[in-house]
Ligand binder design. Structure first.
Ligand code: ADP
Ligand code: PAZ
Ligand code: K
Length: 251
């Protein structure tokens, strides 16, 4: 079995797949310790043979994770490294090493899945938009704060915004009526910012490509904007699809 890891800034997404890419088990954890616990449980029913990982965390954290996986599970991790070109996609950054590896995996996967140009949107800790031409030329993209960062900035930099974040979970409930409490006002306001950002990316994509492009939507908060982009393909495992392309299992 193959252990796959996508380490974002807030959460580590993990899954166990078989040689036919069937997902046998998966989860989302907040720390390396929780990951070890989840994998300890998973290995009671699955034998781990390989491990591949993409991470946007610090070099220290990646090294710690690689160490834990080697020592505890005997896994030699294949970790995605920056590249200027992969699977027909040319990295559009002036310095290709600076492009987030999660973005790189998402654009590589989107190009593989798409027949033409694509706009790739990933809503996680940060929100990213990337533009890829039909011929695989990555044009670059945009980064803005995601929902967790928008909320935190308001809480930390204003004196009177306090509310129970747990109780506020999904306070929009699909409604964007003006908020009648701090929690409603902040939660709905932040989600509206994300929806506005996503709508602006759609307009930019139309300027570049007319109506000849596809939109790929991924990340933990994708569902908050999906109805703004009715034509978008929501692909929760987009980064894992790129990871399999970047780190094939040697036969
Ligand atoms: N099961 C889940 N566990 C954790 N976060 C989730 C879950 N489902 C949706 N989310 C949302 O996903 C966001 C994190 O998205 P994610 O793509 O995992 O971020 P990152 O890759 O930056 O760690 C959180 O803000 C949260 O609102
Ligand atoms: C933009 C990001 C912070 C997004 O991370 P995430 O929200 O997925 O945790 C990450 O892709 C990153 O650290 N990128 C490096 C800077 C760049 O892409 O220009
Ligand atoms: K992201």
């Amino acid at each position: 079995m193959i252990v796959e890891l996508d380490c974002g800034n807030s959460f580590i997404k993990w899954r166990i797949i078989d040689a036919f890419s069937r997902v046998l088990s998966s989860g989302v954890v907040g720390s390396i310790e929780e990951l070890v616990h989840a994998l300890d449980e998973a290995r009671t029913s699955h034998e781990f043979a390989h491990c591949r990982m993409v991470s946007v965390r610090s070099d220290d954290e990646v090294a710690r994770l690689e160490n834990v996986l080697a020592q505890r599970f005997g896994l030699c991790v294949s970790t995605v490294r920056p590249a200027s070109c992969l699977a027909g996609v040319r990295n559009g950054y002036l310095n290709h090493e600076r492009l987030g590896l999660d973005r790189w995996m998402a654009v590589v996967a989107a190009h593989r899945l798409s027949a033409g140009a694509c706009l790739v949107l990933d809503l996680g800790t940060a929100v990213t938009a990337d533009f890829v031409d039909a011929d695989g030329e990555h044009r670059g993209g945009f980064i803005c704060p995601g929902l967790p960062l928008l909320r935190r900035q308001l809480r930390e930099h204003t004196r009177r915004i306090h509310y129970d974040a747990v109780a506020a979970n999904d306070l929009t409930g699909g409604s964007f009526a003006p908020g009648r409490s701090t929690a409603e006002a902040v939660e709905r306001g932040c989600v509206l910012m994300l929806r506005g950002f996503v709508a602006s990316q759609l307009e930019l994509a139309k300027e570049h490509w007319g109506d000849r492009f596809e939109i790929f939507l991924t990340g933990g908060d994708a569902s908050l904007v999906a109805d703004v982009l009715p034509c978008a393909k929501v692909v929760p495992d987009l980064i894992f699809i790129g990871l399999a392309i970047a780190c094939p299992i040697p036969s």
